[in-house]
Design a protein around this ligand. Sequence first.
Ligand code: DHE
Length: 520
Amino acid sequence: MIRRIAISSLLALIATATAADAQSQSADALYREKCASCHGEGRLGGTGPALIPETLHRLKPDVIGKVIHAGRAATQMPAFGGELTSDDIAALATYIKSPLPRAPSWTQADIAKSRTLNSTYQPAAAPVFKADPLNLFLVVETGDHHVSVLDGDTFERLDRFATPFAVHGGPKFTPDGRFVFIMSRDGWVQKYDLWSLAEVGRVRAGLNSRNIAISRDGKWLATANYLPRTLTILATSDLSVARVFDVADRSGTPSRVSAVYQAPTRDSFVLALKDVAEIWEIATDPNAGPVHEGFVHSHEAGMVEALASSEGLFSRRRIAVSQPIDDFFFDPDYRNLIGTSRDGGKGVVVNLTVGREIAELPLPGMPHLGSGISWMRDGKRVMATPHLKEAKLSVIGIDDWSLVTTIQTDGPGFFLRSHETSNYVWSDVFFGPNKDVMHVIDKQSLAIVRTLRPAPGKTVAHVEFDRYGRHALVSVWENDGAVIVYDAKTLDEVRRIPMRKPSGKYNVWNKITFSEGTSH
Ligand code: DHE
């Protein structure tokens, strides 16, 4: 009897496995027939974006099916509702959300081959417009994958150009503010000339990427990649590949790179690694002397390895930490960073000079440290961070790494902003029923002094000031959205500029001067 049940269960199991296999084979065939010509045989993208779980996990479950059925407006994605059954569509949606059968490779040669330079680009000798070139704003419009260039004094739109699909993170500017680099989640890096108002070219630095950072001298651009497990360094002059680091810890365990940032006072890039308990620092100092395998700085702990040119450029230092760090925030002189893992519940302070952890902080609720900002309060420097999972901001004292207070908000937030000249911190409530509010917080009393609700029911998020701190720009983060210009002192609305799902906004001056109230 027992034996009969066992055999019948086995047969049922085989039947289920065979059915699943057949289903996945038919989804594979459907993909090849309907999708591969635009999205690539290997699902890594072509004229259309990559269709892999690393990017698709952000979409709500029913959205993928709807896009396959109805297509995507203002893109080349056609509607397949007329030719595919709902079962086919469901099978395809599951298929493209399943992991790739094997880890894809994207070598230095692949990156180099992907580079395209705009043949019609002519570098202008001077800006082709009258506006102050250092007070321009870039507004990323994720609704139709464009960027608008705004005059920061008059808010006139000077240009609107197409970007690669799904731009993420802050664009990075050359130190003179002339060129800007924009990265998409599919790893494309686009170079744009703000004087000529023209694209210079683009290159695919990774297959699934997180963010980019530019070196202090403006010569190198680092791209943090999830796929493959690499960091790509490009020459900003012509987007050629300078170096690709395979990212793995000392024992060889590979890791995704969560984020890369520039540490200007240190002439280096600092990397947060998602899967291993190390932070990396990569030298971009043009005067770095030759380094040798196993060389250890006399004044700094951590291993420095000779990896690149004989000048020691791009030499790498590993700093061991107690847990993998997802994201971090530098203190103003870049001696320390505060880092957290997204689910760790605590923050750690790592001193970059001695190369080890020096303090711990209670930081539950997924703090979004990359959005942290700092300012002076009662003669002491504090930094504040939103939390992606809790309705509060944490305010931390930087001199003794203590938790000064927490500020209760109307919901979990994503971004914080201020400006040297402003008395206020602006904090959005990105998640939950109050996603339409924006808190304005007094920097000294830490009290919420105003709660703005400019577009009831719509997501309102992310703020950026103009170079003088006169105006604060806020996104109505919807397809039929807008950028709202506020008077930064009176908090009155001055203007509303229609935009297609505007996300981040970036002021050239604030970025190139590392303004204390903005992201870097
Ligand atoms: Fe971001 C910046 C990580 C989801 C919009 N985001 C960053 C940065 C990091 C980061 C490390 C800093 C990069 C920089 O500017 O150099 N973001 C993450 C995540 O880990 C997270 C939570 C999950 C993920 O899927 O990656 C995440 N981010 C989002 C979104 O869902 C947002 C809201 C919409 C989107 O477009 O993807 C989003 N992230 C942004 C924006 C910035 C950003 C607009 C730049 C902020 C700035 O002011 O500089």
